[in-house]
Design a binder for this molecule. Structure first.
Ligand code: DQA
Length: 147
């Protein structure tokens, strides 16, 4: 059974109360349940995590990379939050490990402020999902199950 890493970056622990007009009313616990159900459908194991710390996200990409080296990783699905727009370190971790990445955003970042239009991660992503709300997590898992 392969494992999907779903990694969430800064402020995603506030889902449900954070700018609900943009991010909706589901909590991160709801998103985790949605991901668990999607992984069960596809017989995938799930590692679902959130951190407000860039280095911790880097460490988790490295951890996923070790599974990748053993052929046990399905993909990393990452909503890096604001680090999407700032983090060369996360980009380097993705490139350095070679993990297959889905970059995910709940909102349509391209319809928002211009500073959200650039992503450091897209250059290393196999796919990008944005604007589907939290349903994007399920869509991403359905897609990586076919990889
Ligand atoms: C986000 C979009 C980012 O621009 C923002 O900083 C987030 C969440 C999203 O899911 O839409 O924290 O990644």
């Amino acid at each position: 059974m392969k494992t999907v890493y779903v990694l969430n970056g800064p402020n995603l622990n506030l889902l449900g109360m954070r700018e609900p007009a943009i991010y909706g009313s589901s909590t991160l616990a709801d998103v985790q349940m949605l991901c668990e159900a999607a992984c069960q459908r596809h017989a995938l194991a799930l590692e679902f995590r959130q951190s407000n710390h860039e280095g911790e996200l880097v460490d988790w990409v490295h951890e996923a990379g070790r599974l990748q080296a053993k052929g046990e990783l399905a993909a990393v699905i990452m909503n890096a939050g604001a680090y999407t727009h700032t983090s060369v370190a996360i980009l380097d971790a993705i490139k350095g490990t070679g993990v297959p990445l889905v970059e995910l955003h709940i909102s349509n970042v391209h319809a928002r402020e211009s500073f959200r239009h650039h992503s450091y991660l897209s250059a290393a992503a196999r796919a990008v999902i944005c604007g589907f709300g939290v349903a994007g997590y399920g869509l991403a898992i359905d897609a990586v199950a076919q990889w």
